[in-house]
Design a binder for this molecule. Structure first.
Ligand code: NAD
Ligand code: UGA
Length: 455
């Protein structure tokens, strides 16, 4: 039986290892973390993250060939293969602050491996890392005095939150990068053999280490760039009476462009897009390519602009003041089907509204706990409300921040009747039936489409 260890029991380590354990009954998979509360939650009936389908997979495997533990030394000693899935946030201090990746957690993990390993191992970079990190990783691992040999593999993760299990069970591709040596190639094969339990071979791509590391950053940069491109055009649509959904649907029919990931919004959020682009920007600067750095930085600037523009539109519509007005915030998660609020554009919008002295009443089906944490220092008048009808009662406006399906199914006549008049809806995700809302009496402000007002 192969012993697989994953260091880091977060949004990536947790679901990824659950699916590996599910699909590879011949492997024993252990997930470790320094965060004892998180491990306790993985071992309990309430998992630490919400992800559709995850609970079922965990329930099938936990205690069979899937284990969660805080005993990192034991995990390292037993493992043949170690996946490293620790967080790699943007550095907040020192050189490269605000752009470069903070690799302290990764380095600590490498040092733990050096300390506790007793035999040769394959170490897999699952975290998203700057290109050429494997070189530093290899140096640290080979600083061991036990004459142990480590093969470093890059196997970036492409799952999206909310669809993690589907993405893991049926990935577009699995990318595995390794050293171009006989030992490196054998290690790549060993990791490919794990995925080959359920992923067709033609979807398992193998490359050199540096291509694999860089592909992950580039994939996220290209996806985020698409969202920023569409959002920039949504601003132009609002000026010209073009309709962003019609524009993207027609443009996306070109098979070279494709229809996916062209939805206008208040901006992209999530723990990775911004951090990975800033990391790319930093790397380009580091390698003496300022024009390339500037090109990619604009994707993040456009994203910030979109959230500011949204609040600007709210102010314009509501007679240039929201002070002391109650505003219902529908959704705080950075996207639907997750409780994750990291870098959620909802936070940026809420903070700006609080600066304008609005009173916020926030509702989200899964993310209220995280919203409270994220806005703990924001000050101002905020309530967190489980019931959307209660959140909207007495409000002057509703701002839709997350594309939760349940928001489409609400009784908006009932909501309208309970609100102050004139009542406004700002649909930051273009998910509601704008014509029906207008007929009820709302003044409706979509993104990138004509507003519908009664005055
Ligand atoms: P996360 O913060 O949810 O989880 C990381 C975990 O690592 C935490 O629980 C933390 O306690 C643990 N950890 C940190 N240092 C440790 C150490 N020395 N020993 C043991 N455990 C340690 O992060 P995440 O969202 O799972 O992301 C992990 C990596 O995967 C990042 O590099 C991220 O960019 C990348 N990634 C994330 C996603 C996503 O959807 N969240 C998708 C693809 C790739
Ligand atoms: C993204 C990538 O899609 C994954 O492939 C990658 O593994 C992951 O980042 C990562 O590295 O962390 P994720 O952030 O979970 O996944 O979710 P996405 O579906 O990509 O959405 C990101 C943000 O863009 C969300 O705020 C979403 O609402 C927004 N978005 C997405 C739009 O505004 N419009 C779109 O058309 C698509």
């Amino acid at each position: 039986m192969k012993h697989i260890l994953c260091i880091g029991a977060g949004y990536v380590g947790g679901p990824t290892m659950a699916v590996i354990a599910d699909r590879c009954p011949d492997c024993k998979v252990t997930v470790v973390d320094i965060n004892a509360d998180r491990i306790a939650a993985w071992n309990s009936g309430t998992l630490p993250i919400y992800e559709p389908g995850l609970e079922e997979v965990v329930n099938r495997c936990r205690g069979r060939n899937l284990f969660y533990s805080t005993d990192i030394p034991k995990g390292i000693r037993e493992a043949d293969i170690i996946f490293v899935s620790v967080n790699t946030p943007t550095k907040t201090f020192g050189a490269g602050a605000g752009r470069a990746a903070d690799l302290q957690f990764l380095e600590k993990t490498a040092r733990s491996i050096v300390e506790y390993a007793e035999n040769d191992k394959i170490v897999v970079e699952k975290s998203t890392l700057p290109v050429r990190t494997a070189q530093a990783m290899s140096r640290i691992l080979h600083s061991n005095t036990k004459n142990l040999k480590f093969q470093i593999i890059s196997n970036p993760e492409f799952l999206a939150e909310g669809t993690a299990i589907r993405d893991l069970e049926n990935p577009d591709r699995v990318l595995i990068g390794g050293m171009e040596t006989p030992e490196g190639e054998r290690a790549v094969e060993e990791i490919a053999a794990i995925y080959a339990h359920w992923v067709p071979r033609e979807r398992i791509i193998t490359t050199n280490l540096w291509s694999s590391e860089l592909t992950k950053l580039v994939s996220n940069a290209l996806l985020a760039q698409r969202v920023s491109s569409v959002n920039s055009i949504s601003a132009l649509c609002e000026k010209t009476e073009a309709n962003i959904d019609e524009v993207t649907a027609a443009a996306g029919r070109d098979s070279r462009i494709g229809p996916k990931f062209l939805k206008a919004s208040i901006g992209f959020g999530g723990s990775c897009f911004k951090k990975d682009i800033l990391n790319l920007v930093y790397l380009c600067g580091h390698y003496g390519l300022p024009e390339v750095a500037e090109y990619w930085e604009q994707v993040v600037r456009m994203n910030d602009f979109q959230a500011r523009r949204f609040v600007g539109n709210m102010l314009d519509a509501m007679f240039n003041t929201v002070a002391d007005k109650k505003i219902a915030i529908f959704g705080f998660a950075f996207k639907a089907d997750t409780g994750d609020t990291r870098e959620s554009p909802a936070r940026a919008v809420c903070v700006q509204l609080l600066e304008e002295r609005a009173r916020l009443s926030i509702h989200d089906p899964k993310a209220l706990g995280n919203a409270k944490i994220d806005l703990a220092d924001a000050g101002g008048d905020i309530s967190y409300v489980d019931d959307p009808y209660e959140a909207a009662r007495g409000a002057h406006a509703i701002a839709v921040m997350t594309e939760w399906n349940c928001f489409k199914e609400l009784d908006y006549k009932r909501i309208f009747d309970s609100m102050e008049k004139p009542a406004f809806i700002f649909d930051g995700r273009n998910i509601l039936d704008h014509e029906a809302l207008y007929e009820i009496g709302f003044n409706v402000y979509p993104i990138g489409k004509k507003k519908r007002t009664h005055f």
